[in-house]
Design a protein around this ligand. Structure first.
Ligand code: GSH
Length: 219
């Protein structure tokens, strides 16, 4: 049995959960893949057992049947994309794949990553995880906001960033916008195209719409 360790509210694990959901899979009812919920707030990702699995103490992590451990969301999503479902969200030909990659990396480095840095440098729960420089939080938020017009333009007259179907770049950009809300950046205030895009993605993939962790008594 393959196992995917996640926190259902954290952006990087959500990439994998949304990818599978977008391909029509019920993540809690898959024949060959078990989801294990790890509570970051309770520091379950820092236990000895989890650290043995992933010395980086981050989520998501995936283990394969042959014992392979994947400890990065991009690697896990590449694997899931190829193994599950017909259509590739990474792109269906060489040029499409390269364009999805470029857009995904821009969304990741300019938007999601800057919001994550802002969170790490300002939130009390991260104080024992990183050396915090609170002034860096605002700089990072500003940098993410500065990138948004690029995406507003890319969404002009279209539903998704790269092709007429949802790709992994859309998933990462949506997660960037969604995490920005934690930093009080409202996606509705940064252009009509972004607002429309966010609403549509959120309708399908918000934390509330996605399957919840099973109650402990169910396990
Ligand atoms: N490169 C990693 C980064 C993963 C990452 O930073 N995950 C966050 C959740 S979004 C985490 O596990 N944070 C726990 C912590 O910082 O203590 C990936 O993309 O998988």
């Amino acid at each position: 049995m393959k196992t995917l360790y996640v926190s259902r509210t954290a952006p990087n694990p959500r990439k994998a959960l949304i990818l599978l959901a977008s391909k029509g899979f019920d993540i809690d009812d898959m024949d060959d893949l078990e989801i294990v919920d790890i509570d970051i707030a309770k520091k379950e990702h820092m236990t000895d057992a989890f650290t043995k699995l992933n010395p980086m103490q981050t989520l998501p992590v995936m283990t394969l049947d042959d014992g392979t451990v994947l400890n990065d969301s991009q690697a896990i999503c590449e694997y899931l994309d190829r193994v599950y479902g017909e259509r590739s969200v990474m792109g269906n030909d060489v040029v499409q794949r390269a364009r999805v990659c470029a857009m995904r990396r821009t969304a990741e480095f300019e938007v999601l990553y800057n919001f994550m840095l802002a969170f790490q440098h300002s939130h009390p729960s991260k104080a024992d995880r990183v050396e915090q420089f609170p002034e860096f939080a605002k700089v990072s938020v500003d940098r993410a906001i500065k990138a948004l017009p690029y995406f507003e333009d890319a969404l002009e007259g279209r539903d998704y960033l790269v092709t007429d179907q949802m790709t992994f770049a859309d998933i990462v950009f949506y997660l960037g916008l969604d995490f920005g809300k934690v930093l009080k950046v409202n996606p509705s205030n940064h252009g009509t195209n972004i607002a429309r895009f966010y609403e549509r993605m959120n309708e399908r993939f918000s934390i509330n719409k996605m399957p919840k962790a099973k109650a402990e008594s169910d396990n």
